[in-house]
Design a protein around this ligand. Structure first.
Ligand code: HEC
Ligand code: HEC
Length: 357
């Protein structure tokens, strides 16, 4: 019956969960959990016949080609953003670029528990992937920036990342490289001084909005029922039935809300209090952005503190700490199999390292 209770929560909060404009915590308290369970039987029956309940599938969406609601950046902005993304001169000692911690040919993550910055000092958090980040409702584990354009300015001047002094320092480095002047002028026409810290963020953001990796999961959502094998469909069924989808939902199977890590069973590592550091609200202690699960099979280790080495371990911990469930080895294995179907194809041409000016 455990899945009945949790599925009711899935159904009762799902409208909120899908709404990008509602970056609030979803109430997972007894009231939500105790909501009507009538839909469970229908959902499960549908799943057992191999046809997945279309009402549940609608909680997910195939990934778009470009992650922007309005007009995309120009081709010149994208090309400039790609150069800036790879340019190590934008760090204190010329050793770090965005691509150092978010290597695009490695699904945008560096494979370390936490990342080393320009001076070798370790940051305190795991590097999340940059693929699909442009589509989230907020950036960083704690949501302290909203858009990728805003986010991109952060690492340049973060002392444990690229370590430049401030925005003026970024601008002076770029103005000292003659080849950048015409590129900025073309990307931002009509601006008297186009080399600005803001425009650096805009160009990198324009590039990041094209970082998407469509996968077999997208083919399945678009109607190709053979795109997933039986074990993967079973994994999807377990994922939705036990309640993972309450939090991991939508186009990115995450990236739509904040939630407490350790919602049921306290998280082992309480050093980083997450969103509390941003808002100072007691209710935000241990609250983090629910991350995407796209490409999750490729971005180990897991969690803000890098505390899970393998995907199976991460799934097990989520069951225990978020849902109060001890998932069986079989459940963990089928969920992991479905998660692997979310691994997409890298856009090899788009992410090719460009010649720098
Ligand atoms: C020294 C390693 C390092 C470098 C260099 C670095 N990052 Fe990051 N990046 C991180 C870490 C660690 C986080 C998570 C930090 C946090 O949440 O507080 C992060 C977070 C992000 C996010 C948010 C993703 C999400 O899931 O919310 C984006 C986007 C991003 N970085 C893009 C960039 C860009 C663009 C650059 C270059 C301008 C860059 N990063 C440089 C380590 C790095
Ligand atoms: C109550 C909300 C909630 C539920 C339910 C939930 N998660 Fe999570 N999940 C989160 C949050 C928040 C994080 C980020 C935690 C952190 O790193 O501190 C996360 C992180 C993860 C990660 C690691 C992502 C990464 O990039 O490091 C995986 C894998 C994951 N969840 C899978 C699952 C699975 C599988 C289930 C069901 C068994 C599940 N989650 C249930 C909220 C939830």
């Amino acid at each position: 019956m455990r899945s009945g209770v949790v599925l009711a929560a899935v159904l009762s909060v799902s409208t909120l969960a899908c709404s990008k404009s509602a970056p609030e915590k979803v109430d997972l308290g007894p009231a939500a959990l105790g909501a009507a369970t009538a839909s469970l039987d229908r959902a499960a029956t549908a799943a057992h016949t191999g046809e997945f309940n279309p009402r549940l599938l609608r909680r997910f969406k195939p990934v778009r080609e470009i992650l922007i609601d309005g007009a995309p950046g120009s081709a010149e902005q994208v090309a400039l953003g790609r150069m800036l993304y790879f340019d190590k001169r934008l760090s204190k000692n010329g050793t770090q670029a965005c691509n150092s911690c978010h290597p695009l040919d490695n699904w945008g993550a560096d494979g370390r528990p936490t990342s080393a910055g320009a001076e070798g000092a370790l940051g305190s958090r795991n590097s999340p992937t940059v693929y699909h980040a442009a589509g989230y409702f907020a950036q960083f584990w704690d949501g302290r920036a909203l858009s990728v354009e805003e986010q991109a300015k952060g690492p340049l001047t973060n002392p444990v990342e690229m370590g430049l002094k401030d925005g003026a320092h970024v601008e002076s480095i770029l103005r000292g490289i003659p080849g950048y002047k015409p590129l900025f002028a073309k990307a931002f026409p009509g601006e008297a001084e186009a080399i600005t810290y803001d425009n650096v963020g805009k160009a990198i953001g324009a590039f990041e909005r094209g970082l998407v990796t469509p996968s077999r999961w997208d083919a399945y959502l678009k109607g190709d029922k053979n795109a997933l094998n039986a074990k993967e469909v079973e994994g999807l069924r377990v994922f939705t039935n036990v309640g993972c989808m309450v939090c991991h939902t939508g186009e990115f199977v995450g990236g739509t809300m904040y939630e407490k890590v350790g919602a049921v069973e306290p998280w082992p590592n309480q050093v980083d209090q997450g969103r509390f550091a941003v808002t100072k609200n007691e209710t935000d202690r241990m609250v983090f952005k629910v991350p995407t699960l796209r490409n999750i099979g490729k971005t180990a280790p897991y969690f803000h503190d890098g505390s899970a080495k393998t995907l199976g371990q991460a799934v097990q911990m989520m069951g225990r700490h978020q849902l109060g469930l001890e998932l069986s080895d079989e459940e963990v294995s089928s969920i992991s199999a479905w998660l692997d179907s979310l691994t997409g194809d890298l856009p090899r041409e788009y992410i090719k390292e460009p010649a720098l000016p």
